[in-house]
Design a protein around this ligand. Sequence first.
Ligand code: NAD
Length: 498
Amino acid sequence: MKTVAEWHQQAQTLAVNGQAFINGSYCSAASGKTFDCVDPASGRVLAHVAACDAADVDRTVRFARAAFESGVWSRMSPAERGRRLVRFADLIDRHSEELALLESLDVGKPIRDSLAVDIPLAAKAIRWYGEAIDKVYGEIAPTDSSTMALIKREPIGVVAAVVPWNFPLLMAAWKIGPVLAAGNSIIVKPAEQSPLTALRVAALASEAGIPDGVFNVLPGYGETAGQALGRHPDVDAVTFTGSTEVGKLFLRYAGDSNMKRVSLECGGKSPNIVFKDAPDLDTAATAAAWGIFYNQGEVCNAGSRLLVQREIHDEFVERVLQVARTIKVGDPLDPSTEMGPIVDRSQLERVLSYIEAGKAEGAQLRVGGERLAGLQGNFVQPTVFDTVSNTMCIAQEEIFGPVLSVIQFDTTADAIALANETQYGLAAGVWTRDINNAFHVSNALKAGVVWVNCFDKGDMSVPFGGVKQSGFGRDKSLHALEKYTDLKSTWVHLSSVD
Ligand code: NAD
């Protein structure tokens, strides 16, 4: 592992390209406009990024459509598409240091996480679909013997992937893998806070043999580039990860335009429920702390509501506080840093305003609650509020920062009711030694993902996504292919043969 000085030295000489990637080449926005991409740790401008708008969207959709209709990718054998996706994943792995550095500079993520988590998992996601796609079969329906009815999956066409800034390349890769494996063309719209890695890997996609027009990256603002993709009459599907508020806009855009398919991975306010018979309180407390403080709390499935059974409350919260107090916050390029800065100034202000709201509502601030003294940049201390009531705004609204709300409960029924009293339903944790309790609670939780005696586990073979206003549709696993394919039923009448 490089030292902090070596990472900074590499950062000084790193080539950062802010141009869009359209039809196989890097180019400026048609308007010539750019926006600044800023390092949240230092305030340094990293790149002037193409501010794409409706004109660029229109041009890119035309290229993506032409590539799709030409069959250069959509009718390539799944085995060959798969080989090229695996090559693409290998290239991402080969450039992992450069990509990890770009990610850390762009969003303030600790380099140890970019290097060990974001970039390798992004490569893994693309490789997984590359390896899987030539093993996916169609069906023959059990119709009567005078007919043969074939059910096959066909690519949809042009898919727009609109993604957030918290895991920029990884969230994009969860879309890129299945979208491309299924034979579609893709237009990735990274968040304006975090365009750099998606732009960089576009060249790697080309190098891996993904044809021009099939893989495009359009940086730009949500209200311009994002909206233009959502409303475009020739975009067949939007796969979105981001806030619930913007997810709802995409439903509206689809309704106002061509009824394109929309799948939404949105926000969360996930409960992490610790019963008094949790198998190991230290493990549970460490998982509870990292369940909210990992990635600065900028995690959709963060366990931001910690529900603790009254009998163990004092002891358990003390253990969580101990972990929170020892987290090392600082320079993202220092390999020993565990928490970096908040992604940008407006998100920092949002987090701080929730901390003020928590104090004003009467929650007890046990640790943190301030910006970090002595550091420039958007650093916030790991923050824990105790004696939170589930109706407070810090328990109901997604803060998307390192702020934990601790809520006490008495019975299993209370825990389930509190856990489900939220507009969200992304994920939940349950800590108990009693297998009956574990299944009873996990069955009763309205969440797309439940972790029992663990938190934040993931694997490419397991679907990820939410219910209620956390969205619908699933990333990861073979189920993700359902979002990017349509079923075609072909009936063949069989005449009798003499
Ligand atoms: P966001 O909704 O503000 O932005 C997401 C994307 O939508 C960005 O690319 C943005 O440019 C675009 N966008 C913004 N306004 C738009 C508009 N008016 N029209 C069209 N597009 C628009 O979200 P964010 O702040 O980037 O990310 C944080 C959110 O993402 C949180 O709510 C978090 O929970 C969610 N998230 C969910 C998951 C999941 O898998 N469920 C994963 C990661 C993040």
